[in-house]
Design a protein around this ligand. Structure first.
Ligand code: CAA
Ligand code: NAD
Length: 282
C-alpha cells in the first residue's frame, strides 16, 4: 500500500502540525478546513515553525520553500478524490466526525485509508459511518505535533492488518514512534492524562490552592514540563471537556465526571490559549 498524497482535515493546532510533519517527510499534503481564515492561520503557524528551523540551522531556506510548496489549500472535501490517506483532525465531536467520514467514504478512492486523530472517541463507531470500516484507523498525534514523538495507533474492530502496517510505516517515516493501543474510550494517553487535568481543575474549584500553586506543585514536584492547568489551556478546554465527556459516557463511571468549572469556562468561550483566555490570559 503506497502512500504519497495525504489530506488533513482541520487546520487547527493539530491538523496544522500534522500537515507540517507530513510535508517535511516528503508527502504531498492537502490541508483542508471549513473556514478559510483557519486555513490561513494554520499555514502561518507552519511557516513560523519552519522559519525557526531555518534560524536554528536545522533546515535551509530552500528546504523550507520545498515543504511549504508541498502543502496545498483545500476548502472542499471533494479534494479527497486524490488522497491515499485522509487524516481527520476536526473537532472532538462524534457527530461531526461521523458526518465527515461518511462524506469521505463517498469521495476518496477505494484504496484510501481514512484515519482519525481523535483524542478519545471510539474508532469502531467512526468506522461504522463508512462502507470501508477495514480501512478506518486511529492515528493519535500529540501536541505540539512537530515536537512530540508519540503516535498512538488504534485499530477499530474491523481494521485490516495491511492498513495498520501502512500507518505504522508512515508514522516511522514522520520520525515518530508508533504505539499500538486498543479501542477503548480515551485510549491510553487521555485515559490517564485527562483525569489528572480534571482533578487539577477540581482542586482550583474547591479552593485547595491557586492555579499557579497547583501548576508549581506538579512542575517542581513531579518534573512535568507544564502544570496541568497550563497544559489544559494549551490543549484547549473544549477538547478537554469533550474527552472527559467521552470517558464519563463510555465507562459510565462517576469518577470521570467533568468538573463544573471546566464546563463554565467552555460555556464562556474561555477555551485556553487558542482564544486568549482560559485558566490564564494570553
Ligand atoms: N509548535 C512547534 N514547536 C514548538 C511548540 C509548538 N507549539 N512549542 C514549543 N516548540 C519547540 C520549540 O521551538 C523548541 O524547539 P527547539 O529547542 O528545537 O528550538 C522546543 O519545542 C522546546 O520549546 P521551549 O524551549 O520554548 O519550551 P519548553 O522547553 O517548555 O517546551 C513543550 C515546550 C515541548 C511544549 C513542553 O512544555 C512540553 O513538553 N509540554 C507538555 C506537552 C504535552 O504534554 N503534550 C501532550 C498533550 S496531550 C495530547 O496531545 C493528547 C490529547 O489528545 C489532548
Ligand atoms: P482546533 O480547535 O485547534 O482545530 C479544529 C479545526 O477544525 C478548526 O480550524 C476548525 O475550523 C476545523 N473544522 C471544524 N469542523 C470541520 C469540518 N467539518 N471540516 C474541516 N475542518 C473543520 O482543534 P485541535 O486541538 O486541533 O483538535 C483537533 C482534533 O485533534 C480533535 O479531535 C482533538 O481531540 C484532537 N487532538 C487534540 C489535541 C490537543 O492537544 N489539542 C491532541 C491530540 C488530538
Amino acid at each position: 500500500m503506497t502512500i504519497q498524497r495525504v489530506m488533513v482535515i482541520g487546520a487547527g493546532q493539530m491538523g496544522g502540525g500534522i500537515a507540517q510533519v507530513c510535508a517535511q517527510a516528503g508527502y504531498d499534503v492537502l490541508l483542508n478546513d471549513i473556514k478559510e481564515e483557519s486555513y490561513e492561520k494554520g499555514l502561518a503557524v507552519i511557516s513560523k515553525n519552519l522559519s525557526r528551523n531555518v534560524e536554528k540551522g536545522r533546515m535551509s531556506e530552500d528546504e523550507k520553500t520545498g515543504v511549504l510548496g508541498r502543502i496545498t489549500k483545500s476548502l472542499d472535501l471533494q479534494d479527497a478524490k486524490n488522497a491515499d490517506i485522509v487524516i481527520e483532525a476536526a473537532v472532538e465531536n462524534m457527530e461531526v466526525k461521523r458526518s465527515i467520514f461518511a462524506k469521505l467514504d463517498e469521495i476518496a478512492p477505494d484504496h484510501a485509508i481514512l484515519a482519525s486523530n481523535t483524542s478519545s472517541l471510539p474508532i469502531t463507531e467512526i468506522a461504522a459511518a463508512t462502507n470501508r470500516p477495514e480501512k478506518v484507523i486511529g492515528m493519535h498525534f500529540m501536541n505540539p505535533v512537530p515536537v512530540m514523538k508519540l503516535v498512538e495507533i488504534i485499530r477499530g474492530l474491523a481494521t485490516d492488518n495491511d492498513v495498520y502496517e501502512a500507518v505504522e510505516t508512515m508514522t516511522k517515516k514522520l520520525s515518530k514512534v508508533p504505539v499500538e493501543v486498543n479501542d477503548f474510550p480515551g485510549f491510553v494517553a487521555n485515559r490517564i492524562l485527562m483525569p489528572m487535568i480534571n482533578e487539577a481543575i477540581y482542586t482550583v474549584y474547591e479552593g485547595v490552592a491557586t492555579k499557579e500553586a497547583i501548576d508549581e506543585v506538579m512542575k517542581l514536584g513531579m518534573n512535568h514540563p507544564m502544570g496541568p492547568l497550563q497544559l489544559a489551556d494549551f490543549i484547549g478546554l473544549d477538547t478537554c471537556l469533550y474527552i472527559m465527556e467521552t470517558l464519563h459516557e463510555g465507562f459510565g463511571d462517576s469518577k470521570y465526571r467533568p468538573c463544573p468549572l471546566l464546563r463554565k469556562y467552555v460555556k464562556a468561550g474561555w477555551l485556553g490559549k487558542k482564544t486568549g483566555r482560559g485558566f490564564y490570559q494570553y
